[in-house]
Write a protein that binds this ligand. Structure first.
Ligand code: NAD
Ligand code: TYD
Length: 339
């Protein structure tokens, strides 16, 4: 089974994963007509999409997924929606939960309503492994209960509940991916990997919460884009897929690997006060997506090396982002470790 989706509305594609996904699609399915809808928040960046020519099966619309009128008019012209649009950073969700509830929950509902009204073939919601909450033992399966613990993960869990309700009540043709932590090119320097790399380039301390022992599964963004493409086109409607590598990596492992790649001293590592409600570990059972025929192709060592080189070669991309509001956020977020 393979669906042929000729016209896609991709929401939130001026951000990290969405822009990598558009790049992936232009390469693998150049015939697909893509409309990007993005509000261009602090995390959205037109430079991420600069290489795509408007008018050749690609267009960009600046707008908010909470704006029902804009969403409705764009949804009328496509076969499917893929929703990446969200407020995405846990630390910011601790400072301003309502921005997350507005975009991640209400925005998803607005998209679901438009997809239902226009009889779309697919609605693909990009969700996260964080909906399962802190997993001290074992691996989360797709039918495990949600135990979100941050305003971010609670908003993403609520978005999934809304989309599922649309599927159950109105027949919305829903697909969901729940991936682990992505890293790669074009990631805004607030998430762990680009914070560490850009700080290391500047010789600044590499901040790790508490003792850097929290565990994540780091997935190279291009591997995730292949998984999303596969689910969008080949998965049975109504299915949900965990997407990850199965490899467990601590924050300290990441910081040491970044410094080793760059030939910088370990003394740049600085332990800082822990994130409130910090989820200690996420771990996914990925047998479902494996059975669908996907597996990761890029090891952490290779992906991290490629990512470090990308940031080294694209200072013009990230340096302007690390100014003004960014440092205000940074000062508010990082507090000294009190033992
Ligand atoms: P990002 O923060 O880099 O980008 C989010 C994009 O959404 C930005 O371009 C922003 O301008 C846009 N946006 C925000 N609010 C909007 C609104 N109201 N209307 C329209 N556009 C809006 O995020 P990302 O890291 O690329 O994540 C994309 C998706 O993947 C999110 O749904 C996130 O929850 C999910 N996810 C991310 C990761 C990860 O490691 N980054 C892991 C699992 C799941
Ligand atoms: P992050 O990239 O924010 O993703 P997540 O949504 O999974 O929390 O953080 C990844 C891990 O790294 C998480 O355990 C928190 C930790 N972390 C630090 O130690 N220092 C940092 O500066 C950041 C941003 C995260």
């Amino acid at each position: 089974m393979s669906r042929s989706l000729q016209r896609l509305l991709i929401a939130g594609a001026a951000g990290f994963i969405g822009s990598n996904f558009v790049r992936h699609l232009r390469r693998t399915r150049p015939e697909v007509e893509i409309t990007v809808l993005d509000k261009l928040t602090y995390a959205g960046n037109l430079a991420n999409l600069a290489e795509f020519d408007a008018g050749r099966g690609y267009r960009f619309v600046r707008g908010d997924i909470c704006d029902a009128q804009v969403v409705d008019s764009l949804a009328a012209e496509v076969d499917a929606i893929v929703n990446f649009a969200a407020e995405t950073h846990v630390d910011r969700s601790l400072m301003d939960p309502f921005a997350f509830i507005e975009t991640d929950v209400r925005g998803t509902a607005v998209l679901c309503e438009a997809a239902r009204k226009h009889g779309h073939e697919v609605f693909l919601l990009i969700s996260t492994d964080e909906v399962y909450g802190d997993v001290r033992e074992g691996r989360s399966k797709e039918n495990d209960p949600f135990r979100p613990r941050s305003p971010y993960s609670a908003s993403k869990a609520a978005a999934e509940h809304i989309a599922t309700a649309y599927s159950e009540s109105f027949g919305l043709p829903l697909l969901v991916t729940r991936s682990s932590n992505n890293y790669g090119s074009h990631q805004y320097p607030e998430k762990l990997v680009p914070v560490l790399i850009t700080n290391a380039i500047d010789g600044l301390p590499l901040p790790l919460y508490k003792d850097g022992s929290a565990v994540r599964d780091y997935l190279f963004v291009e591997d995730n884009c292949r998984a999303i493409d596969h689910v969008l086109h080949d998965a049975p409607i109504g299915s949900v897929y965990n997407v990850g590598t199965g490899v467990e990596t601590t924050g300290l492992n990441v910081a040491e690997a970044v410094l080793d790649i760059m030939g910088k001293p370990r003394s740049l590592i600085e332990f800082v006060a822990d994130r409130p409600g910090h989820d200690y570990r996420y771990a996914l059972d990925t047998s479902g997506i494996t059975e669908l025929g996907w597996e990761p192709q890029v090891t952490f060592a290779e992906g991290l090396e490629r990512t470090v080189r990308w940031y080294e070669e694209h200072e013009k991309w990230w340096r302007p982002l690390k100014s003004g509001e960014y440092w205000e956020y940074y000062r508010r977020n990082y507090r000294p470790l009190v033992s």
